[in-house]
Design a protein around this ligand. Structure first.
Ligand SMILES: [Zn+2]
Length: 384
């Protein structure tokens, strides 16, 4: 950081400059979490480290963003060698462990007691995964087999599978949600990582039918090491489900705004091709998948024949996204102007009616709201 910047160090556009501004609406709870994290960074309780491309280990990269959705100073770059997009200035491994246990869910979801919220959300995810597997005729592979999830949170997905009659086993490094899942859903959750889960599997007689990483692989700093280890517990018939945010889905999912999709825990930004290529180099082949990303892999040949989008292609794609974001914003402008005019006229009328006694004075100071709205509106214009 602090170094003199050359042209190559500039982010994709001013939108991504480290100006501490947030790009999403945050609740007071989220703001508190963000401020706490900034303090921890300042006092070196949380440390940021510079890393190479987690896929090809290259140091050559181009900066995309100097901040994330919350305005935190994590950097996202694109590898000049393989085109992979990743968080190159990220929390250290030690910091990540603390962050996932103490801050991640509060910052991401804005809830202080997230266990029940997570569990209910995961039940819904369980239904979606089941539907996906059914639509791709993969359910037969699960009959009389064990269902495993790595990074299972409070185990709602596993609880859903358990409700359908499957035997399930999960692991998560976050103790509180894991204990909640055990209490509420009676789900067998090991507190720890894949390593801890593997120890338990030594005593397990039932073969594994399905292993899931649902929104957890993108949080792992060493994805290849993780998948090499998980492959060791996969039989010829085991299928591996991976759900990660897909960066080719940003247009639909995040209003074309790449920034909204960046957060300190999202270390890896896959598209279906880059994910399939990484898997294929480890010896897993794609059965089916989409750009959301929901993808299923099985044991296969080691290979590197999968073509991924090049650095140049991905840069082009990111620039097109950034243009889309601006266009979307401009399209909303007339609506916002009309809204502001109506809102302000309404308030002026209201205030005057109060003055002459035709309306009771409101306890809330509406003037502040008007000023804040106007300020936010102007902010947005200059922000663009
Ligand atoms: Zn690379």
């Amino acid at each position: 950081m602090g170094n003199k910047k050359n042209i190559a160090d500039k982010p994709l556009s001013r939108h991504f400059a480290d100006n501490k501004k947030t790009s999403i609406k945050m609740s007071p709870i989220q703001k508190d979490a963000r401020d706490r994290i900034i303090e921890k960074i300042k006092h070196k309780t949380y440390n940021l480290i510079e890393v190479n491309c987690p896929i090809c280990n290259s140091r050559l990269k181009a900066l995309i963003s100097e901040k994330d959705a919350y305005g935190l100073p994590v950097h996202t770059s694109i590898c000049k060698d393989c085109g992979f997009i990743y968080s190159n200035l990220r929390f250290s491994d030690e910091t990540l462990k603390d962050y996932y246990v103490n801050e991640n869910i509060i910052l991401d979801r804005g809830v202080v007691l997230p266990e029940k919220y997570l569990f209910d959300l995961e039940i819904e995810k369980g239904k979606i995964i089941m539907e996906f597997l059914k639509n791709h005729s993969l359910l037969k592979r699960l009959e009389n087999k064990l269902i495993v999830e790595i990074g299972c949170g409070s185990g709602g997905i596993l609880a859903y599978f358990k409700g359908l009659g499957f035997k399930v086993l999960g692991c998560d490094i976050d103790r509180k949600p894991a204990e909640y899942g055990y209490k509420i859903g009676n789900v067998d959750i090991i507190i720890g990582t894949l390593e801890n889960l593997k120890k338990r599997l030594r005593d397990e007689k039932m073969p594994i039918g399905l292993i899931m990483y649902e929104q957890s692989l993108e949080h792992m700093p060493y994805p290849k090491d993780e998948i090499i280890k998980v492959k060791e517990i996969m039989s010829e018939k085991t299928i591996l489900f991976v759900g990660v945010p897909g960066f080719r889905d940003i247009d639909k999912h995040y209003d074309s705004d790449i920034l909204q999709y960046l957060q300190p825990g999202h270390l890896l930004h896959f598209d279906l091709q880059s994910l399939s290529k990484m898997m294929s180099e480890i010896g897993l082949s794609l059965i089916t998948g989409n750009e959301k990303i929901q993808a299923v892999f099985k044991n296969g040949e080691h290979g590197n024949s999968i073509q991924t989008h090049s650095y140049e292609n991905n840069i082009k794609y990111l620039k097109a996204l950034e243009n889309n974001r601006k266009i979307r914003y401009l399209k909303r402008l007339p609506k916002m102007i009309i809204y502001l005019i109506v809102y302000n006229i309404g308030h002026i009328v209201k205030i005057n009616l109060e003055k002459i006694g035709l309306l009771e004075t409101d306890e809330n100071d509406k003037i502040f709201k008007i000023i804040n709205n106007a300020r936010r509106f102007l902010d947005k214009i200059f922000y663009l």
